[in-house]
Write a protein that binds this ligand. Structure first.
Ligand code: HEC
Ligand code: HEC
Ligand code: HEC
Ligand code: HEC
Ligand code: HEC
Length: 238
């Protein structure tokens, strides 16, 4: 055990030095710990109150919009695909709200003198966007990404309900942490082929496989990660 001996020699310190066995920064350890504890104690209740505020848990929230745009007419009766207007859902976190130009693609000719479209024409003429009021709004400390869901076969209807039947869009799911986790723990029953994400009427019965078989197949095809990973705090709180 020659080598052990040589190590002991190196680590032996003089009596003088042993008085400073803790490095100097250790002096700040206790005050720092106290400050951190105070920080956490004030931060958590704040997080809690924001998290439970009416704005984020209000199922049914249905603000009055600047003009009566109907999803029932456009997405339902006319069968315009969601992505024609919400162009970024497949590649970005945020689902874009269409610019006035998109409306004018049709309404320059269709119902072009309707009173209900006056705001649209004014907006187009002046270049001022229409001020649509946000319906869904997660607290800022939650990270959400549309593309991560839409590209892995989670349909709009799973989170937004039958938008194609809504005259006025309302919030249909709680968007609470418990609600997110419920699916992250067990997504297989909620997956569908990517091609069907905007199809409001799709059902697993349309496919050749049983619902269970299809879910497992899609978990593999889309490389869905484990429930342990999908429920870890840092996925949604970054
Ligand atoms: C012709 C364009 C158009 C089509 C097609 C369309 N939308 Fe929209 N969507 C809008 C506009 C404009 C708004 C903002 C006004 C409003 O909230 O009604 C909106 C708002 C929304 C909102 C609420 C956003 C918020 O503020 O939280 C959701 C959810 C939504 N659309 C989902 C869908 C889904 C799902 C489809 C397909 C079934 C779809 N939309 C098809 C134009 C469209
Ligand atoms: C692909 C074509 C198309 C696009 C794009 C489109 N609409 Fe329409 N919209 C229609 C048609 C067609 C109707 C008439 C439906 C009916 O009553 O038969 C209509 C009806 C309407 C009406 C009711 C008008 C009335 O007098 O009854 C409003 C309001 C309206 N659209 C707003 C919008 C807004 C806002 C946008 C952009 C976010 C938009 N539309 C985009 C085709 C379109
Ligand atoms: C996994 C659930 C989920 C799915 C699937 C989903 N959304 Fe959303 N959507 C949300 C949440 C949550 C918000 C609120 C985001 C925020 O406030 O940061 C939202 C917000 C929106 C908005 C408002 C703009 C924004 O990004 O905040 C639109 C428009 C929208 N969704 C459309 C769609 C369409 C169209 C689809 C399908 C192609 C879809 N969503 C699929 C949960 C979902
Ligand atoms: C209906 C099922 C479902 C619901 C509801 C749902 N998610 Fe997801 N989420 C998924 C699936 C499936 C994935 C993709 C998992 C993967 O890529 O391994 C995902 C991925 C994510 C990711 C991306 C993780 C990454 O690193 O790429 C985030 C962030 C996320 N979800 C946040 C949320 C939040 C916040 C909510 C609630 C507002 C929510 N999700 C509700 C099914 C869901
Ligand atoms: C799948 C997404 C997701 C994951 C994973 C997640 N959270 Fe959350 N968390 C949310 C959402 C969404 C809210 C906002 C809830 C609301 O607005 O009602 C939230 C809110 C909170 C709040 C505020 C209080 C509350 O309940 O509303 C705390 C604290 C919190 N999360 C802690 C955590 C911790 C700790 C973990 C890990 C064990 C975690 N979260 C994992 C989505 C998630």
């Amino acid at each position: 055990m020659e080598s052990n001996k040589s190590i002991r020699v190196i680590t032996t310190v003089s009596a003088d030095e042993t008085r400073f066995q803790f490095p100097r920064w250790a002096n700040y350890l206790v005050p720092t710990a106290i400050l951190l504890a105070i920080g956490i104690l004030t931060y958590l209740p704040l997080l809690w109150s924001v998290g439970f505020s009416a704005q984020t848990t209000s199922v049914g929230y249905e603000p009055v919009q600047p003009l009566p745009f109907s999803h029932k007419v456009h997405a339902g009766d006319l069968q315009i695909d969601c992505r024609y207007c919400h162009t970024t859902v497949e590649r970005a976190a945020y689902a874009a709200i269409p610019a006035t130009e998109v409306c004018m693609n049709c309404h320059a000719a269709i119902k072009s003198d309707s009173d209900l479209l006056k705001n649209v024409r004014d907006s187009y003429g002046s270049g001022t966007p229409i001020h649509w009021i946000k319906v869904h709004d997660l607290p800022d400390f939650v990270f959400f990404d549309h593309s991560a869901h839409v590209n892995r076969g989670v349909g709009c209807v799973s989170c937004h309900g039958r938008v194609d039947q809504m005259e006025v869009v309302h919030q249909s799911a709680p968007l609470s942490m418990g609600w997110c986790l419920e699916c992250h723990r067990q997504p297989e029953a909620r997956l569908r082929p990517r091609e069907a994400v905007t199809d409001m009427e799709w059902s697993a019965a349309d496919e050749d496989l049983s619902a269970k078989g299809l879910g497992q197949q899609l978990m593999q095809d889309y490389h869905i990660r484990s429930p342990e990973f999908m429920t870890s705090c840092s996925v949604c709180h970054r």
